[in-house]
Design a protein around this ligand. Sequence first.
Ligand code: ATP
Ligand code: MG
Length: 251
Amino acid sequence: MINIQNLTKHYSSVVAVDGINLDVREGEIFGFLGPNGAGKTTTIRMMAGLVKPTSGDVSINGWSIRSHPREVKQITGFIPDRPFIYGKLTGREFLHFIGSLYDLPASETENRSDQMFALFHMTDYCDELVESYSHGMKQRLVMASAFMHSPRVIIVDEPMVGLDPRGAKLVKKIFRQLADNGATIFMSTHTLEIAEEVCDRIGIIQNGQIVAVGTMKELKDKTGGEAKKLESIFFSLTGDEVMEEVIQALR
Ligand SMILES: Nc1ncnc2c1ncn2[C@@H]1O[C@H](COP(=O)(O)OP(=O)(O)OP(=O)(O)O)[C@@H](O)[C@H]1O
Ligand SMILES: [Mg+2]
């Protein structure tokens, strides 16, 4: 469903993403992990059509983001790491605005907004101004807006940052339900427990390059095979021996 081919991004002398290749299957939740500055957001912004690759391409459902950005955007929901929402709109007005961007008929926008408010436990606040929302509520509203056009592919940059345990649990449950219904989810995260718990496969990026891809079991086998946690696999794959030793010593 998602096919990343030799994707590269240079910012003058900085190589943010360095020739990555990845395939994500339909109905899969793919976790994209890596240290700060590894190239996750840059990759995701290229997938969403917001940053132009220096070379390489991303296709989603067979459409290239370079040659068919409209087709890609019609079937993709993108949730950025630092979303912007207009504070002077109510939650409902914001979802209606998003519905109009996707040319949804008014009745569908209405129904879909109500469904989204129920799904994200926001019905009581949907007619309040967004500027009065807490950080977690704003985040849930942004997710709701990305689901308005029932995308088959969801690309999300650090969905759990700032969510309380209840919010994070709700989002995990929603992601699993969507994937079970055939949606493909590509998410970057720093929360290793979440990756371990919800992702079917995990890819680890470091210095713009993929250093490992696989299921938890495959990653464990790759790094020695014992009953390791993702945390320790992560540090051994990213070459952080000190952190790995600290983790082992604390066990
Ligand atoms: N607009 C830009 N201009 C110049 N350099 C950039 C730009 N965006 C990203 N970079 C650089 O590209 C590299 C990758 O950054 P990116 O934001 O993709 O990392 P990340 O994996 O998302 O990190 P984090 O975990 O901190 O979110 C970094 O060295 C960053 O400084
Ligand atoms: Mg980032």
